[in-house]
Design a protein around this ligand. Structure first.
Ligand code: SF4
Ligand code: SF4
Length: 435
C-alpha cells in the first residue's frame, strides 16, 4: 500500500536507536486501541491511530516509505506519546518505545516538523542551563504581573492568545538545589531520599515542591536535593532528542548515585517515567549502563513512595468531592493507579470519585499543547466535560503539565473547580490549611 508513496530518495532507519522490529511485529492489527487513542477519537484518521502509526513505522522498516517523508513525520509528531494504547493493547505492544525511537530517527535526518525543531532547541538551551532558566522565568513573571499583559493579549492573534493562556504562572521564588539542599525529617528520620527539583517545577510549581517536601518530612523522610542535578530531560526524550536526554541523564546519575538514598522521589509523572527509563536509554553505554540500572531502580513517584512506606493519617478534615485525574505517564507508563487514590482516601471528609474515561489524556503532553494547540484543546474538551459531569469540587493530579493545562481549560469555561497536585492536598490535610 505504501509503494505509491515511495520517494525518490529513500532514507531508512539507522541501526542505533531504531524502532525494534520485534515490537512492531507484535501488533496484530486488531484495532482495539483505536477508540482509546485521543488523537484518533478527534481526527478519525487511521494514520493518527496507534495501529496506523505502527504501520507507518513498519513501512519504513521494510523500505516502503522513507524516513524523511513529510506525512511520516507529521503522524509521528501528532501522537501525544500518552501510552494510552499500551494499556488497551491485548498483544502487549510497547508502543511508546517504538514511537520515541522513530522520533529520534526523524530528528536525526532533520525533517521533524518546524515546531518540534524549535521546541527542542529552546529546551536544550533553557533547561540545560539553570541560571538561564531562572533568568527567563523572572522576565516571564515580570510580564505576567505587569499591567501590559492585558494590552499585549488584546493585540495577539487568537492562536498565540490561546498558547499564552496555557503558560503556567511563574512562582514568586524558586527552588534552587544550590541554596536549598536539605530538608530534615520531622521527628526521627526513617528514610533518606534524593529529590528531583527539575526545570519547570522549580520555577512555576514551587508551592508543589514545598508541599511535597513537607509531606515527605512529616512521614519520616530526610530529603536531599543534590546540588549538581539538572533537568531530567523528559521533554527532550519524548520529542526524540535522545542525545540531550542522554547527556543530562549522565549528569543526574552522577548527582543521584549515592548509597545513602533509599529512594529518589519525583513529584512529576513525566519526569519519573523518564528517570525509570534511564537504564534502557544508557544500556549500551559502557561507562554508565551499570549506574543507570542502579539509580533507575531507586526512582519512585511521590505517591508510589508514600504508599510504599505507609503514611501517617492526616489529622485534619477536608470536605471535598475529589476526582483524581490520572497522568498518562503515571497510569500508562508507570502502571500506578491505586496508590494516589488510596492516599487521597486517607483524608477524612473527602469523597473520591472517578472521572468518566479516566484513562484518556487531557491533551497537555509536554510541549504538545504549545505546538498543536487546536488539537490539544479539542482533546481537553472531553476531559473538561467529564470533570463537569463528575460534580467534583477538586481535581487532583500528579503532573504539572496536566495541572496547568486543565486549569487553563477550567478557567476558560468558568468551571468552578480547583485543580491541585496530590502533594498540596495531603499537605493541607496535615497542616490544616485551606485548599
Ligand atoms: S500514545 Fe496516545 S496519542 Fe499516541 S497513538 Fe497511543 S493512545 Fe494515541
Ligand atoms: S491494540 Fe495492540 S495489537 Fe491491536 S492494533 Fe492496537 S497496537 Fe496493534
Amino acid at each position: 500500500m505504501f509503494d505509491s508513496m515511495k520517494p525518490k530518495e529513500f532514507i531508512g532507519f539507522s541501526d542505533f536507536d531504531a524502532p525494534d522490529s520485534n515490537v512492531v511485529d507484535t501488533c496484530i492489527h486488531c484495532g482495539l486501541c483505536l477508540n482509546e487513542c485521543p488523537t484518533y477519537r478527534v481526527l478519525r484518521v487511521e494514520m493518527d491511530s496507534p495501529r496506523g502509526r505502527i504501520q507507518l513505522i513498519n513501512a519504513v522498516n521494510k523500505g516502503h516509505l522513507s524516513l524523511n517523508d513529510e506525512s511520516f513525520q507529521k503522524h509521528m509528531f501528532l501522537c501525544l506519546d500518552c501510552h494510552g494504547c499500551e494499556s488497551a493493547c491485548p498483544s502487549g505492544v510497547e508502543y511508546g518505545s517504538i514511537l520515541e525511537a522513530a522520533r529520534t530517527q526523524a530528528n536525526q535526518v532533520g525533517r521533524e516538523p518546524r515546531g518540534i525543531k524549535i521546541a527542542n532547541r529552546i529546551m536544550k538551551h533553557l533547561f540545560g542551563n539553570p541560571w538561564l532558566l531562572r533568568s527567563t522565568a523572572k522576565m516571564l513573571r515580570a510580564y505576567q504581573r505587569s499591567g501590559f499583559r492585558d494590552l499585549i493579549l488584546d493585540m495577539l492573534p487568537e492562536r498565540l492568545r490561546l498558547m499564552e493562556g496555557l503558560t503556567p504562572a511563574i512562582s514568586s521564588y524558586f527552588i534552587h538545589p544550590k541554596t536549598m539542599s536539605h530538608v530534615p525529617a520531622l521527628g526521627k528520620p526513617q528514610y533518606t531520599v534524593g529529590f528531583l527539583s527539575g526545570c519547570i517545577m522549580s520555577v512555576a510549581f514551587t508551592h508543589v515542591h514545598e508541599a511535597s517536601l513537607r509531606v515527605l518530612a512529616r512521614n519520616g523522610c530526610e530529603v536531599h536535593l543534590p546540588k549538581d542535578q539538572i533537568c531530567c530531560g523528559a521533554l527532550n526524550y519524548h520529542n526524540g532528542d535522545r542525545a540531550t536526554a542522554r547527556t543530562w541523564a549522565k549528569r543526574n546519575l552522577v548527582a543521584f548515585d549515592d548509597p545513602k538514598y533509599d529512594a529518589i522521589v519525583v513529584n512529576s509523572a513525566g519526569c519519573g517515567s523518564t528517570m525509570k527509563s534511564w537504564a534502557d536509554l544508557l544500556q549500551q553505554d559502557p561507562e554508565f549502563s551499570e549506574v543507570a540500572d542502579r539509580v533507575s531502580k531507586k526512582v519512585y513517584d511521590f505517591s508510589e513512595w508514600l504508599a510504599h512506606i505507609g503514611i501517617q493519617t492526616p489529622p485534619n478534615k477536608i470536605d471535598a468531592r475529589v476526582a483524581y485525574q490520572d497522568a498518562c505517564h503515571l497510569r500508562h507508563a508507570q502502571g500506578i493507579t491505586a496508590q494516589p487514590r488510596d492516599l487521597i482516601s486517607r483524608v477524612s471528609g473527602t469523597t473520591v470519585v472517578d472521572l468518566d474515561q479516566p484513562h484518556l489524556c487531557c491533551g497537555s503532553a509536554g510541549v504538545y499543547s504549545a505546538i498543536n494547540t487546536d488539537l490539544s484543546l479539542q482533546i481537553l474538551d472531553e476531559k473538561l466535560d467529564s470533570i463537569e459531569s463528575s460534580h467534583a469540587t477538586h481535581i487532583i493530579t500528579t503532573n504539572p503539565g496536566c495541572q496547568s493545562h486543565i486549569a487553563a481549560g477550567l478557567n476558560r469555561r468558568n468551571q468552578d473547580v480547583k485543580i491541585v497536585h496530590i502533594a498540596e492536598f495531603l499537605d493541607a490535610a496535615y497542616e490544616g490549611s485551606d485548599i
